[in-house]
Design a protein around this ligand. Structure first.
Ligand code: 9UX
Length: 71
């Protein structure tokens, strides 16, 4: 498992963080997904043979938020 930190933009209430956690957590190859609303940051452990950082980012965007940097 690798771990990545993604800066998230566009979360306007704490439930947003939960939505992202659930969405990422359901993905194939994702272990733990933690989203900190105050820090606007997602920390995700994932299996790089099953899922890529690009796919994690795409998921966040599907949910209606943005990842602040390209990865
Ligand atoms: Mo709060 Mo976030 O009502 O998508 S959950 S704004």
């Amino acid at each position: 498992m690798k771990s990545i930190s993604l800066p998230i933009e566009g979360m306007t209430c704490a439930a947003c963080a939960n939505r992202i956690e659930k969405g990422l957590g359901k993905m194939e190859g994702v272990g733990q997904a933690n989203v900190n609303f105050a820090l606007e940051k997602a920390t995700v452990s994932y299996d790089p043979s099953k899922v890529t950082p690009q796919e994690l980012q795409a998921k966040v965007e599907d949910l209606g938020y943005k990842v602040a940097t390209e990865r």
